[in-house]
Design a protein around this ligand. Structure first.
Ligand SMILES: *Cc1c(COP(=O)(O)O)cnc(C)c1O
Length: 423
């Protein structure tokens, strides 16, 4: 049996209808921006393997550092024990974040980083003898697939089977220059009951790369702060350079209380989540009373290998070379946006830093299940490019090591595919 046949017998893939899906493509090797299949065909990974890969695949610097760590200390319980990589990573990360962020809580992925953040906010109120159980979120939000993270995500086909079991969340529109007053009056009436507001800053990724302005978000954040609503800024996707700056926070004038990270955190090498908090949050859990403890942890909390991968990735991220390349990608995307804007089959071209997205005009309308996405997906694969449209929403989120020539090749391919006869 070949890899595809063996895979089919034993593996259940994520977000995949296993009855109708095409066979999974076996990938045997990665190098830089390329992935290689079992027949030697190479693909440009234009979606950074679900938005995680920052510096390309199998980066030698990260590999070297993780390999050394693997031979030194691979794992240790993080209750009652600590280690250099976890300390160093917390020190380095906090230096880059808004100045009120002072503590790091480790977990395993983006969804768990969100779970931890929600628990911190709910228990922050509880520990002070207050009952605040309402949560505020954006309508089309995506914060992950565990139950808490699903609850604060927009209601959609993804959450439908679990509808009744998700906790109540107040959903609001994303802010724009016209609706701020409307939003704040919605919030004001129930502000006393709201524990926190969780949001994806600037870009709602899974919703279809929807973007809003930093000024409008800052104004909404300020209003919530004035109402004593804690702010959870989910930078799982936007963190580590994606927006052209290190964090979406670098565009905002207000500081969140809590931040969530994953995806690019380890450069896409290993799974890990981080929730950071201000000392105001942290101090509310300090007590002689054991019941005020944050009772949360995962077996692999602060895994030394993942921490080391994150440290190595951050060294690369802060290098002059990477910063220049992030700027180059942003500039080239901006130029290509102008071309796309002129295209008769394209609408809603939008860009923030290294993230470029647009809608393909279709009679089916904009939706995740728009079948056109599958057609484009295959056409790009034929051209050796991995792009994974969200329905008719097409986007690029390339690794930062991509070259100008590789980007040009992707842009040309996009223009070719946009011209194709659809059937
Ligand atoms: C992907 C994502 C998550 C969930 O992260 P996982 O590691 O897939 O659990 C949470 N929030 C945002 C904004 C995301 O894009």
């Amino acid at each position: 049996m070949n890899l595809q046949q063996r895979d089919k017998l034993v593996n259940w893939h994520p977000y995949t209808q296993m009855k109708t899906t095409e066979d999974a493509i076996p990938i045997v090797k990665g190098k830089g921006v390329y992935l290689f299949d079992d027949e030697g065909k190479r693909y440009i990974d234009a979606v950074s393997s679900w938005w995680v890969t920052l510096h390309g695949h199998a980066h030698p610097h990260i590999a070297q550092r993780v390999s050394e760590q693997l031979n030194t200390l691979e794992q240790v319980i993080f209750a009652g024990f600590t280690h250099e990589p976890a300390i160093q990573l917390a020190e380095n990360l906090l230096q880059l974040l808004p100045s009120n962020q002072e503590k790091v809580f480790y977990s395993d992925n983006g969804s768990t980083a969100v779970e931890v953040a929600l628990k911190m906010c709910i228990q922050f109120a509880y520990n002070q003898g207050k009952e605040k159980t309402k949560i505020l979120a954006f309508k089309d939000a995506y914060h992950g697939d565990t139950f808490g993270a699903m609850s604060v995500s927009g209601r959609s086909v993804w959450t439908k089977p679990f509808g009744e079991m998700l906790f109540d969340v107040v959903f609001i529109d994303t802010p724009n220059s016209n609706n701020l007053e409307n939003l704040t009056s919605q919030i004001k009436d129930i502000a006393d009951e709201i524990a926190c507001f969780i949001y994806e800053p600037l870009i709602q990724g899974a919703a279809g790369m929807l973007m809003h302005n930093p000024e409008d978000l800052s104004a909404l954040m300020k209003f919530c702060k004035d109402q004593n609503i804690l702010l959870i800024q989910d930078e799982v996707f936007t963190g580590f350079g994606r927006t052209g700056k290190l964090f979406a926070a670098d565009y905002l004038t207000e500081e969140p209380d809590i931040m969530c990270f994953s995806k690019g955190l380890t450069g896409g090498t290993m799974p890990m989540g981080i929730t950071t908090s201000s000392n105001e949050i942290f101090n509310a859990f300090l007590s002689e009373d054991k019941y005020k403890t944050l009772f949360h942890g995962h077996s692999f909390t602060a895994n030394p290998l993942a921490c080391t991968a994150a440290l190595a990735s951050m060294e690369l991220l802060l290098s002059k070379e990477t910063q220049e390349n992030v700027n180059l990608i942003s500039e080239k995307h901006k130029e290509f946006s102008k071309v796309l804007q002129q295209h008769s089959r394209v609408e809603n071209v939008r860009q923030t830093g290294t993230i470029l997205a647009w809608d393909f005009k279709t009679e089916q309308g904009t939706s995740y299940f728009n079948t056109i996405g599958k057609f484009f997906y295959k056409e790009f694969l034929n051209r050796g490019i991995i792009m994974r449209p969200l329905g008719n929403v097409m986007y690029l989120v390339p690794p930062y090591c991509i070259t100008s020539e590789e980007l040009d090749y992707i842009y040309e391919s996009i223009l070719q595919v946009l011209e194709m006869e659809l059937n």
